[in-house]
Ligand binder design. Sequence first.
Ligand SMILES: C[S@@+](CC[C@H](N)C(=O)[O-])C[C@H]1O[C@@H](n2cnc3c(N)ncnc32)[C@H](O)[C@@H]1O
Length: 349
Amino acid sequence: MMSDAALDALLLPLNQRLLAAAPDTLFLRAREGASLHARLQRDSLHCVQPFKPWANALERAGFDVAAEESAGRIFGQTWLLPPRQREEARALIARAFDACAPGGVVLVSVPNDEGAKSIEGDFRKLVGGLDGGLSKFHCRVFWARRDDARLDGGLWAQWRNADAPRPILDGRFISRPGVFAWNRVDAGSALLAEQLPDNLRGAAADLGAGWGFLSDALLSRNPGITSLDAFEADARALDLARQNLAPHAGRCDIAYHWHDVTTGLPAGHKFDVIISNPPFHDTGKVAQPEIGKRFLHVAADALAPSGSMWLVANAHLPYESLLAERFNDVHVVTAARGYKVFEARGAKR
Ligand SMILES: C[S@@+](CC[C@H](N)C(=O)[O-])C[C@H]1O[C@@H](n2cnc3c(N)ncnc32)[C@H](O)[C@@H]1O
């Protein structure tokens, strides 16, 4: 289990009895960790986590977890580990108060180097002041009771929808703050899309499909693709992919999987074409090329004998020896703008 300073800090006011626990608590962007295990009343905690690897970890540890909040349900207390993206963080703060009973506490923890100052500033602005705060483990922890007379109603209404889905790229796609490259085409994905041929056929998969840009490029250019399985860990992004790929649904079977690709693909899936711009972070800042490498292994395991994988990666990432290890035929299609596009065939078992 990795140490998680923001989670440890979040629970301090409760462990130090500065705050009393509530009989039922909503935990937004919940993460599993040793300090959470130490809390006895597990049944009273309802966790929300849209990132599948973290939702899986909570589930394995026996916590109740969902990908999104259930609208209208009210809790005695709300905890929040906000994401870095500011509009998304504001929306979560507003919705934390929506879900908290009047008089109940909203409790937030943010690492100092992940925007603690600005998120605390936003929180104060909405609430009209704090009921408590502390600094520990390089994090800021702060809280306030829900007092509707004190909350800024205008901001509350505005921030509730600050991360709402909206048209991007001249209305061609729908996206929302907080998902990967939310309001632009990622430069690596753009390069791969430019290089995709137009004669790909059969069953396809997109590993880490995001809001659907690469899948759309594949389907737009390749009428021979008969089905697409979009695998994505971020439930918010996957919902957007569902909307963005809807125009292709008439001619191609599309399945959407809220799935952690590093765990392998569901048994029985074999693909003629796999496309991917693999992640090399979880949701943090630190590069973790092991995640991308795992994607390559999973792709090699799921590729049909005559299938091809089309991959883009930052040129500096250490994928080439692994590609040579897992595929008989690897070809650098292009190297440009700091990225490499690979076509790999002949997956080795
Ligand atoms: C580099 S982005 C590419 C997104 C999209 N294909 C595009 O081209 O814009 C990688 C994607 O992988 C997703 N991801 C990260 N970890 C994952 C995992 N373990 N399993 C599945 N998807 C994951 C991220 O949420 C992100 O959407």
